[in-house]
Structures are given as structure tokens and as C-alpha cells.
Write a protein that binds this ligand. Structure first.
Ligand code: PRP
Length: 207
């Protein structure tokens, strides 16, 4: 048996579509109610729905074999697993953004950056050799510069409409991201045949 940890929400819908195209029976996932564990019909595969950061925890602890998760979460939480496929959906970017029309680098004062992704933010500014103060925010990070808490944010930009509707703009692109298929380091050897089959069926359906 192999167990897939699937990020619930935006990624889930597209991932379930790919599983269906790859020939798996996704009927339990279509009518899921509040259930969290599902079988893919007769295939010896179980799917669990989890929050993105927890997908990584389950893979790293070996209680799930295969994970489907955004590269944003991978960049924030580390990489003690194999990354096998770029699923080529959920494409967006990390960007440094702030109040429209301002020069982020103006002046000599220490900058404050708000983000849901403190590690991504720290790594980005370290790579530029700039020391910043990072404030962790849990959601709607766009509020931080509007309220005057921070000089800028590091956040995900997909369509750009959240920034635009709040008077903000991208100052710099930080990294392009997409959804990835990851595998536990032991499972890749111990369940090679099952994982190879799943990966080849999924990779044939990547757009
Ligand atoms: C994400 C992200 C931005 C928004 C970007 O937030 O943090 O706020 O989507 O999308 P856009 O460029 O298409 O407008 P999410 O909707 O996940 O909510 P959250 O801020 O509450 O985490």
C-alpha cells in the first residue's frame, strides 16, 4: 500500500483531476464530507488530506510515502525527502511588494518585512547581504504595509489582484514556484515498484 498526502484546498482540486486522468478511481474524493482518509477504488493507494506544512511533516516522518505540495511550503520548511516531479500547476511567485510608488531601498534605516514565510524572507535578504527585521504574519499579509507595521512584504503573488486592490505593487520577484510531487527517502527504495507506477501514470498527465 502507498499513502499519498495531498494538500487540501487549491492544490487538491487540480491534483484530484490529474489522478482521475491517470486512471485512478477518485469517487471517494469527490464526495468527501468531513472525511480525511480515502481509498482510490481498487488501487492499493490511500489519500489523506492535510495542510501544506503537515504534508511535509508526514512525508519526513515516513507515515506517508508521496506528497503533493507547493514549492512555497518546501522552500519554507526544508527538504528531507526526494522531489520527483514538477506537476506544472499552482504556478505563482514569491515577490517583495509594498506601497505603490515607494522606493524600497531609499534611506539607510533598517527595513521591516512582514511575511507568512520568514525562512524564505531571511534566505532572500541573506543572499543579497541585507539585514532586515522579519515579522511573522499568519494571513492577509498585505495589511502589514498598509497599517504601517512593515516597509514591505514577501508573499505569494498569483494574479496580482490582491496587491492591486490594496494599493500595493511588486518591487522585486523573489522566486517562481509550482506544485511538486515529493517522496519519503525510505519509501523510494522500499516501495519502488508502486511509486514508479504512480509517478509514471501521473507524469503522463502533466500539462
Ligand atoms: C494568497 C497570498 C496573497 C494572494 C495572492 O493568499 O498570500 O494574499 O493569495 O493571490 P493573487 O495574486 O491572485 O491576488 P491566500 O488567498 O492563500 O490567503 P491568506 O493571505 O489568508 O493566506
Amino acid at each position: 500500500m502507498i499513502r499519498i498526502a495531498l494538500t487540501k484546498g487549491r492544490i487538491e482540486k487540480k491534483a484530484v483531476e490529474i489522478l482521475a486522468r491517470a486512471g485512478y478511481d477518485i469517487s471517494e474524493l469527490e464526495d468527501k464530507g468531513r472525511k480525511l482518509v480515502f481509498r482510490l477504488g481498487e488501487a492499493d493507494i490511500e489519500v489523506v488530506l492535510a495542510k501544506a506544512a503537515d504534508v511535509i511533516t508526514y512525508i519526513e516522518h515516513g507515515v506517508c510515502d508521496v506528497g503533493i505540495v507547493g514549492e512555497d511550503t518546501i522552500m519554507e520548511h526544508g527538504k528531507h525527502f526526494h522531489e520527483l516531479l514538477d506537476l506544472n500547476f499552482g504556478k505563482c511567485k514569491f515577490a517583495l511588494a509594498g506601497i505603490k510608488g515607494r522606493d524600497f531601498y531609499e534611506g539607510y534605516t533598517h527595513k521591516i518585512i512582514a511575511s507568512k514565510y520568514p525562512n524564505v524572507t531571511k534566505n532572500y535578504f541573506n543572499s543579497k547581504g541585507i539585514d532586515v527585521e522579519i515579522v511573522k504574519i499568519e494571513g492577509s499579509v498585505e495589511l502589514a504595509p498598509i497599517l504601517g507595521l512593515s516597509d514591505a512584504i514577501v508573499d505569494i503573488v498569483e494574479t496580482g489582484s490582491t496587491l492591486k486592490e490594496n494599493g500595493l505593487e511588486v518591487y522585486e520577484d523573489v522566486a517562481y514556484i509550482s506544485t511538486r510531487l515529493i517522496v519519503n527517502t525510505a519509501s523510494i527504495k522500499l516501495k519502488k515498484r508502486e511509486i514508479d507506477e504512480l509517478v509514471s501514470r501521473i507524469s503522463a498527465e502533466i500539462e
